[in-house]
Write a protein that binds this ligand. Structure first.
Ligand code: ZN
Length: 432
């Protein structure tokens, strides 16, 4: 399979921030084989896409999601701030059947594709369903088999076994799917279980993720239980290294950030989700320490344009500045820097020859994106971009969405079935 995208403006997001006008990208198999400036190649391609008026960019990388959180859109989000409704969250997110989870995973993937996301990092108790949806849907993902927790030692071992089974099933099955390990928080597992998880991650060469220092209550619990904060506790368990992705980190201290930086760990920030809780992630402090970081959307939404906008504003609010950062400092958190946070900077995150062909075409002939100051594409998308501007999505050299029609998922059927199923579950989902 070969594709030529021609007449495009290419915002490469490479190290030099190169932008090419009237350019073409040739895709051969699953890789970007060549970038051309006019004249275009004469050889034959299976598919030629005329991208006049459109901008080719690397696909967005969403470094933290709970895709099945779409269920909360119909429940918790509609009543945000009402504690009685928050109690419904557990009720409405589980337990699901594998088929129900697959359906809502597909609904989530449709949202990701429509907003230009090509790679995401997801955790839930339904890793198999999510992996199946990704396998069929054509996206790229790091997926946890289950949320690991240890209310008692037997539960910890059961979750560990589930994770091992998931890794065995999916690690060699599809290059687009990379298993990982996920625990809700540092306090979710004992030191012994964390050590086992660290060893498993090392043996299998996979990532561990967990939410870090999310609230003052969590910090107090860690102090009481272990006499430590989250990062030093995890570091002592051997978890903090180049295969660790910490999430949120609202209350990370200077010391925590230094330790994460020293161990080459990464961070995932969810500025839009944090804002709903009145919180702002420590993006500037983390980047100033050189910590590889990216943006995620957490639950409720998968829209990276929203994440970008919230990253810009929450960064400025937290630092009390009106003019820093510039949008060009924020935009790479959704592609090139995010790839680095996942250890995938040699494969994805920019449009460069030899990299995997994960890219999107964004239509700039849109009222919300004009007028455009010359070459200020990153600023324009950060401030004003919308999911509806994304026209075409190519992942692993395959056209997954073309002219806003998803090729791999029957979107209409998924939406109808998901709403029907949701409406039928008056008391919440349960096993059949
Ligand atoms: Zn989360």
């Amino acid at each position: 399979m070969s594709i030529l995208v021609q007449n495009a403006t290419i915002v490469t997001m490479d190290a030099k921030n190169s932008i090419y006008h009237q350019a073409a990208v040739a895709i051969s198999g699953n890789k970007i084989s060549k970038i051309y400036q006019e004249p275009y190649p004469q050889e034959k391609f299976d598919t030629i896409i005329d991208a006049k008026g459109q901008v080719l960019l690397p696909g967005f990388i969403n470094v933290h999601t709970h895709g099945l959180g779409v269920l909360l859109r119909g429940r918790s989000a509609a009543f945000w701030g009402n504690p009685a409704r928050h109690a419904d969250i557990a009720h409405f997110t589980g337990p699901l059947t594998a088929d129900t989870a697959l359906l809502f995973a597909q609904l989530f993937l449709c949202e990701l594709l429509r907003s230009g996301c090509t790679t995401f990092v997801d955790s839930s108790d339904y890793g198999d369903s999510m992996a199946q949806a990704v396998d069929d849907g054509g996206l790229r993902a790091m997926i946890a088999g289950t949320n690991i927790k240890e209310d008692n030692p037997a539960m910890g071992q059961e979750k560990l076994q589930q994770s091992k089974d998931f890794i065995r099933k999916w690690q060699a099955k599809n290059d687009r799917i990379q298993p990982m390990l996920h625990a809700e928080a540092a306090s979710s597992c004992s030191p012994a279980l964390w050590q086992e998880l660290a060893q498993l991650a090392k043996d299998k060469n996979i990532f561990i993720t967990t939410h870090l220092a999310q609230s003052t209550e969590e910090l107090a619990l860690m102090k009481e239980k272990y006499g430590q904060n989250c990062v030093s506790y995890l570091a002592d368990c051997g978890v903090i290294n180049g295969h660790f992705l910490g999430v949120d980190g609202i209350h990370l201290t200077e010391e925590d950030l230094d330790l994460l930086a020293d161990r080459a760990a990464s961070l995932a920030f969810n500025p839009a989700a944090n804002a709903l809780h009145g919180q702002m992630p420590p993006i500037a402090p983390a980047l100033s320490k050189g910590i590889a970081s990216g943006l995620g959307t957490d639950s409720l939404s998968g829209d990276m344009f929203k994440a970008l906008r919230h990253a810009l504003t929450s960064w400025r609010m937290r630092e009390h500045t009106a003019d820093a950062p510039q949008p060009e400092e924020v935009f790479p958190l959704a592609n090139s820097l995010a790839a680095k946070a996942l250890g995938k900077e040699k494969e994805i995150g920019s449009i460069e020859e030899g990299k995997l062909a994960d890219c999107i075409l964004v239509d700039f002939q849109a009222p919300n994106l004009l007028p455009l100051y010359p070459d200020k594409y990153q600023a324009q998308l950060t401030h004003f971009g919308m999911a509806s501007n994304v026209q075409t999505v190519i992942i692993d050299g395959k056209i997954i969405m073309r002219n806003r029609i998803i090729q791999t998922i029957d979107e209409k059927a998924v939406m109808q079935e998901a709403q029907k199923l949701y409406a039928a579950q008056k008391g919440g989902f349960s096993h059949e």
